[in-house]
Design a protein around this ligand. Structure first.
Ligand SMILES: C[S@@+](CC[C@H](N)C(=O)[O-])C[C@H]1O[C@@H](n2cnc3c(N)ncnc32)[C@H](O)[C@@H]1O
Length: 247
């Protein structure tokens, strides 16, 4: 088995957030093990894998029996991962999906709400989306929730990050403690920027809980709230929801 360490992509290729590329990858790698009991031989799907921020630390953990699959709508990120990760770790596969996201792939061909993940049902032990549903609108997100459930094995786990709207978050916002604002109200979600809704999307927690229930995903309580809303007690920046696919 290869032990080559993969260097991060150059800054000019990085569209997932310039600060802390390596640290954030390592942070989530710890959550994958600690909160989701990820094992080195498991089959893993990284939805919206970007430019390998989560894949790079996984190269040092997943073994040759494992499968890593990642897909994203931004071709240059997938190209970089295919050229810089797969040659050293052939069980890491990256796929470009030409799906429309007004923020990341405005000229894409396929609406996310019609996209079928290109993997068989009940294939993965673990599916994760880090900072992806925070850029997707309800119909698209609903489709992806169904697809995540379809490709997970019974008993498989998923970790997804959100900006969740709830009572505590509202109180913190009223006190001006929030670090992120969502001024545009669309009912079940709120958005950050006028005219560019997919720049950042926050969802009502009760809506997300219902979506999980409808898709047979059982939330592993508690939700790990993040610091974006102004909480003093937090795990990460965004809110983290871990769930298990019902058997
Ligand atoms: C903030 S970046 C996070 C990337 C990666 N998950 C990470 O944590 O490094 C958001 C990612 O979501 C991807 N994305 C947006 N809409 C998508 C969709 N419908 N399907 C898959 N990926 C999507 C973007 O292309 C971008 O790579």
């Amino acid at each position: 088995m290869t032990t080559k360490s993969v260097s991060p992509p150059p800054d000019e290729l990085n569209f997932v957030g310039k600060n802390g590329f390596t640290e954030i990858g390592q942070e989530f790698h710890r959550y994958f093990q600690r909160l989701c009991q990820l094992k080195p031989h498991e089959k893993v799907l990284d939805v919206g894998c970007g430019i390998g921020r989560m894949a790079i630390p996984l190269t040092g953990y997943l073994n040759e029996h494992a499968v890593y699959e990642g897909f994203d709508v931004v071709k240059k990120g997938i190209d970089w991962c295919q050229q810089n990760i797969t040659p050293h770790y052939p069980n890491f596969h990256f796929r470009h999906a030409d799906i429309i996201n007004k923020n990341y792939n405005p000229y894409g061909k396929v609406p996310a709400r019609q996209y079928r993940f290109p993997y068989p049902g009940a294939f993965f032990d673990f599916v994760f989306l880090t900072s992806v549903f925070t850029h997707m609108l309800p119909a698209d997100q609903g489709r992806y929730a169904a697809e995540i459930s379809r490709v997970l094995k019974p008993g498989g786990r998923c970790l997804i990050t959100f900006f969740l709207l709830n009572g505590t978050q509202q109180e913190l916002e009223a006190q001006g403690k929030n670090r992120m604002t969502f001024p545009f109200d669309h009912g079940i979600c709120k958005t950050h920027r006028r005219g560019a809704p997919e720049a950042a999307v926050a969802y009502r927690e009760d809506y997300i809980r219902k979506l999980y229930r409808q898709n047979g995903l059982v939330i592993a309580e508690p939700i790990h709230y993040g610091s974006w809303s102004g909480r003093d007690d937090f795990l990460s920046y965004q809110d983290i929801v871990v769930a298990v696919k019902g058997r």
